[in-house]
Design a protein around this ligand. Structure first.
Ligand code: NAD
Ligand code: TYD
Length: 350
């Protein structure tokens, strides 16, 4: 791992991954290639942008020439591919954007890796970051394992499933040394306030309604983002080529229970009367095709690579809320402009 290319490194998870690798591997070069969509923000990386082993390149992975030039110039031996359109509600409103970035963008990267690594295939790794949502929706019982058949049900998860299939096809057909992981819902600092936790934190700060889809009975497994970065480090170094690893937090929450806990923490931190934030809860029309439950069996990554989550949910949620309260300027910047239009279409016309 001397030359590491990270795609989507200005986004939520990507920025934590970039920071982790820049700090932990000072002898390696880390190139962050990102289009800087609404979800990508260089403010996420101001603390490490001056480091000698870090370089940022702005570009679109859908542009095959750009992707080839990245490989020509930076000669990565390791790719950690996170760039994606990542929000289910946006995929329902505009599926084609997800096909472009998630499917075509991934295949462009695979082609470039195949081409540039063909003469020296040793010690290379193409690591594709995916989601547990490709496995579909669980009932009250059971867990997703690496053998669970794919059953994507939203345009987002269908595009991620498609990209996963292409990554495995390049392993089987061309012997490209790939590795994949499928992770549960992440939370933590720097997450764009369209996903549940940062959206609700922002709305509580502003005393705006908290739009709970359906009855709030859907279940998600939540992992603190820095724990995900540590898992990615373990998998890129020691994961076996061609293999998939499921990553999860052993931390299932029904949405409404999580929201009540968040309301309680926020009331305490904001010095508001207990119950103030819960009063903002508003039940709204359910998401179309809303998956009921995701839950991960993460025993393979634990048994083979020794990775387990280290941050408890209470600790992680408290740190997350503290970060948003201390970073009002970041929140203000990312919620200006296009965000207001998105918010109106997504919530006020619902
Ligand atoms: P994000 O939306 O916060 O960030 C995505 C990043 O990709 C942004 O910086 C954006 O500018 C960049 N990007 C988008 N389109 C691009 C393009 N065409 N070319 C170059 N860059 C582009 O996403 P995230 O939540 O950090 O997720 C990162 C990855 O992890 C995604 O592949 C996602 O599917 C996966 N994942 C996310 C979660 C989660 O809970 N957030 C869970 C499991 C897996
Ligand atoms: P989200 O953060 O969008 O992640 P995902 O759909 O990828 O799991 O949503 C998490 C859960 O919260 C999901 O069950 C949908 C629900 N949700 C709401 O109830 N209201 C909202 O405004 C949002 C964004 C999500």
């Amino acid at each position: 791992m001397q030359h590491i290319l990270i795609t989507g490194g200005a986004g939520f998870i990507g920025s934590h991954v970039v920071r982790h690798f820049v700090k932990k591997y000072p002898g390696s070069t880390i190139v962050n290639a990102d289009k800087l969509t609404y979800a990508g923000n260089l403010l996420n990386l101001t603390d490490i942008e001056q480091e000698k082993n870090y370089h940022f390149v702005k570009g679109d992975i859908v542009d095959g020439d750009f992707v080839f030039s990245l490989f020509e110039k930076h000669k990565p031996d390791t790719v950690i591919h996170l760039a994606a359109e990542s929000h289910v509600d946006r995929s329902i409103a505009n599926p084609m954007e997800f096909v472009h970035t998630n499917v075509l963008g991934t295949v462009n990267l695979l082609n470039a890796a195949r081409h540039h690594w063909k003469d020296e295939p040793d010690n290379k790794r193409f690591y594709h970051i995916s989601t547990d949502e490709v496995y579909g929706s669980l009932g009250d019982e059971g867990l997703f394992t690496e053998e669970t058949p794919y059953d994507p049900r939203s345009p987002y998860s269908a595009s991620k499933a498609s990209s996963d299939h292409f990554v495995r096809a390049y392993w089987h057909t061309y012997g490209l040394p790939v590795v994949l992981s499928n992770c549960s819902n992440n939370y933590g600092p720097n997450q764009f306030p369209e996903k549940l936790i940062p959206l609700f934190i922002n709305n509580i700060i502003q005393k705006k309604p908290l739009p709970v889809y359906g009855k709030g009975e859907n279940v998600r497994d939540w992992l603190y983002v820095e724990d995900h970065a540590v898992a990615i480090d373990a998998i890129v170094r020691n994961g076996k080529p061609g293999e998939t690893y499921n990553i999860g937090g052993h931390n299932e929450w029904k949405n409404i229970d999580l929201i009540r806990l968040l309301c309680k923490i926020m009331d305490e931190k904001l010095g508001r009367e207990p119950g103030t934030s819960e009063g903002l809860i508003t039940y709204v029309k359910d998401r179309a095709g809303h998956d009921l439950r995701y839950a991960i069996d993460a025993s393979k990554v634990k048994d083979e690579l020794g990775w387990v989550p280290s941050v408890t949910f209470e600790e992680g949620l408290s740190k997350t809320v503290d970060w948003y309260l201390a970073n009002g300027e970041w929140l203000r910047q990312v919620t200006s402009g296009d965000y207001m239009q998105y918010y109106r279409e997504q919530y006020e016309e619902r």
